[in-house]
Design a protein around this ligand. Structure first.
Ligand code: PGA
Length: 252
């Protein structure tokens, strides 16, 4: 039985003050509840302040991106070891805003995933098709390529530290959520692909989150689908009451 995992991707929102308040409210409300895994992923500058707010609490800390080198002359970049050092357990890799807004390729994302895992981070690895790709019936082909190339060289043991997030790009920040049928079909395809790349046991173990306009009123329906193991939440993760309602929907 895979535990549900709800992660909040705060993107480039919040201030030091609102980040601390949001993390504190979420953590206090969870009160060590172990029925669902919860993480928040603030912008880089607030990781330290949020790590302090989460100290001793069950809510976990994630970052939204990292570089693939350990250190070096890479102005403006942050290494996986630095993220570990500041208290992160997770890092999001391959978010569509990185893929399509910053030109991050499968090959680059593969390097980042490997580096993050080598540093002891767990990875939330995002995949998902553009609207034009869905309309051209290329969804499975796109997911296949993103998974084959993005996970290349990762062992089944390493896949125990990887969470996948299926995020149809047309559903992110648009209010257009995937239908339960679309979400389940994509998640089942991803799980089948994992079985092919690895084995049935690995495929059954890996959590696959859905992301894209998850809100309090659609979260329960999505997370009750057999292959949807939680949510990666953008906009609704910035309001404690909305995020906590999604977390509660995961508890069922
Ligand atoms: P959204 O974002 O919930 O605002 O659609 C999801 C994401 O980008 O991870």
């Amino acid at each position: 039985m895979r535990p549900k995992f709800v992660a909040g991707n705060w993107k480039m929102y919040t201030s030091a003050g609102t980040a601390k308040a949001l993390a504190t409210t979420v953590a206090m409300s969870m009160k060590g509840d172990k029925r669902v895994m919860v993480a928040v992923c603030p912008p880089f500058p607030w990781l330290g302040v949020v790590a302090s707010a989460l100290d001793g609490m069950s809510v976990m800390l994630g970052a939204q991106n990292c570089h693939f080198e350990k250190e070096g002359a890479y102005t403006g970049e942050v290494s996986p070891a630095m993220l570990r050092d500041v208290g992160c357990q997770y890092v999001i890799i391959g978010h569509s805003e990185r893929r399509h807004g910053f030109g991050e390729t499968d090959d680059l994302l593969n390097k980042k995933a490997k580096a993050a895992l080598a540093a002891g981070l767990k990875v939330i690895f995002c995949v998902g098709e553009l609207l034009a790709e869905r309309e051209a019936n290329q969804t499975e082909q796109v997911l296949d390529t993103q998974l084959t190339n993005g996970l290349a060289g990762l062992t089944s043991a390493q896949m125990h530290s990887v969470v996948l997030a299926y995020e149809p790009v047309w559903a992110i920040g648009t209010g257009k959520v995937a239908t339960p049928e679309q979400a389940q079909a994509a998640h089942a395809f991803i799980r089948g692909k994992l079985a092919g790349l690895y084995d049935a046991g690995t495929a059954a173990h890996v959590q696959i989150q859905y992301g894209g306009s998850v809100k309090a009123d659609n979260a329960a329906g999505l997370m009750s689908l057999p292959d949807v193991d939680g949510a990666l939440v953008g906009g609704a993760s910035l309001k404690a009451d909305q995020f906590l309602a999604i977390v509660n929907a995961a508890i069922g």
